[in-house]
Design a protein around this ligand. Structure first.
Ligand code: PLP
Length: 448
């Protein structure tokens, strides 16, 4: 069978190198660069660079391309909208795609109650707005968030984000009234216990926050990622999520679920929270919502969403018509092609391969994930679990040189995460996993 990866040059090729040099002259170094290649075009799960090298994409532009690059349905919807108009600002003149998309998300998100949706541009902006809305509704200022969380790079969302380097160093002072509690990171249990025998004892750390850190009647919301994304693909245990919902109900606190990375089929359900039998008050989306167009949403209980005064929410570009028609096409594709089902199949295949790799390479400390949101945590020593950050970087760089686009995650920079388009074929998936395994074998040997 013809391989998907075709390398015409060494990676990076001369055209990519020349553009990278120009990039260095004109773009700040703070804008991180994962791979050294420059994209020319992309389709499905394949990216072609300016030197004519083809790569299998296991990153999907950080979880944005669930329906695949250049999805025909999305492209067609965009072309048609482009001919009609590109912007009117929803505040000035309404347009149908915004209204239709809001209606669909209100129907598709969990919760058997009236909902409303607000559209914005980025994930960070949607999280900011969810917090604004929660504060307006409850009349309370505080927000509880978690260790290992990532919610964005704006002042408020950077303050909600956990990891210092590179996200927070030098960027303070941070927003006030944010209280961070330990996350149920079972591989590195904050209490040193083992799941499931622990009976999620670590939930007591949330309860203790109301004794030691913040008065319960000043807390507007708790924000949680059902599967922590940037922090290392850590899956919230089901019992923990239920307890969190219960606690929020008891104390009149809103539960905000950040589905920016987990949403739109990635975990085997349309939204990851559907694995939990828990209904949030507010659900935040972005990334794969609009197939690469900048769009984010905050969906929630109608009475909560209507708490801010008229004119209190919005922005010039939020819910841009091009982005909205792209999102409507994305929702059609997800439904018609059963992408959540496909994510489950992909996840099962990856899990089987990852478990086999774990037996072969002691570098792999943990294999985890939900649906197609799968990761490997690399450690220098299985006993001490010392994070193998350097080895992780080497594995990923070797993959890039051999035609696989791959990204890392984790507070300690030692997690390899998979966010391939769900449009990937079985052949491409297997080929990509082979490259990853070869890289793990090479680096294991080198580090031994
Ligand atoms: C869970 C989560 N929340 C929020 C964000 C921020 O989204 P954006 O980069 O679109 O602002 C991200 C981005 O990676 C994310 O993964």
């Amino acid at each position: 069978m013809l391989k998907s990866i075709q390398l015409a040059t060494e990676v990076p090729g001369s055209k990519s190198r020349a553009l990278a040099a120009e990039r260095e002259a004109h773009i700040p170094r703070g804008v991180y660069q994962v791979t050294p290649v420059v994209v020319a075009h992309a389709e499905g799960a394949i990216i072609t660079d300016v030197d004519d090298n083809t790569f299998i994409d296991f990153a999907g532009g950080i979880g944005v391309m669930n329906v695949g690059h250049s999805n025909a349905r999305v492209v067609q919807a965009l072309k048609e909208q482009l001919e009609r108009f590109t912007h009117s600002c929803f505040h000035v003149n309404m347009y149908e795609p915004y209204i239709q998309l809001a209606r669909r998300l209100n129907e598709l998100t969990p919760g058997d109650f009236a909902k409303k949706t607000l559209f914005l541009n980025s994930g960070a902006e949607a999280v900011e707005n969810a917090v604004k809305i929660a504060r307006a509704y409850t009349g309370r200022p505080a927000v509880i968030c978690f260790e290992h969380a990532f919610h964005g790079r704006s002042l408020l969302t950077m303050s909600l984000t956990s990891k210092i380097d590179p996200y927070k160093r030098g960027f303070g002072p941070f927003a006030p009234e944010i209280y961070r509690v330990p996350f149920p990171y079972c591989y590195r249990c904050p209490l040193g216990l083992g799941y499931p025998n622990c009976a999620v004892n670590c939930f007591s750390l949330v309860e203790q926050a109301f004794v030691k850190r913040v008065a319960d009647d000043t807390v507007a919301a708790v924000i949680i990622e059902p599967v922590v994304g940037e922090g290392g693909f850590i899956v919230t245990p089901p019992e923990y999520m239920k307890k969190l919902r219960q606690l929020c109900d008891e104390k009149g606190i809103l539960l905000i679920v950040d589905e920016i990375q987990t949403g739109f089929g990635r975990t085997g359900k349309l939204f990851a929270i559907e694995h939990y039998d828990v209904v949030p008050d507010l659900l935040v989306t972005a990334k794969s919502l609009a197939g690469g167009l900048p769009l984010s949403g905050a969906t929630g209980r109608a009475e909560v969403m209507d708490a801010p005064q008229i004119g209190g929410l919005g922005g010039t570009y939020g819910g841009n018509p091009l982005a909205c028609v792209a999102a409507l096409a994305v929702l059609d594709v997800i439904e018609e092609q059963d992408l959540p089902g496909r994510a489950q199949q992909i996840g099962d295949q990856v899990k089987t391969r990852f478990q086999a790799m774990q037996e072969r390479y002691p570098l792999i400390g943990d294999v985890r994930g939900l649906g197609a949101m799968r990761a490997l945590e690399l450690v220098a020593d299985q006993e001490t679990k010392t994070p193998a950050k350097e080895a992780t970087g080497k594995v990923v760089q070797r993959c890039h040189r051999h035609g696989l686009i791959l990204i890392t995650a984790g507070t300690y920079g030692n997690v390899i995460r998979l966010l391939m388009p769900l449009a990937i074929t079985d052949g491409q998936l297997a080929e990509g996993l082979d490259i990853l395994e070869e890289a793990l074998a090479d680096v294991s040997e080198e580090m031994a």
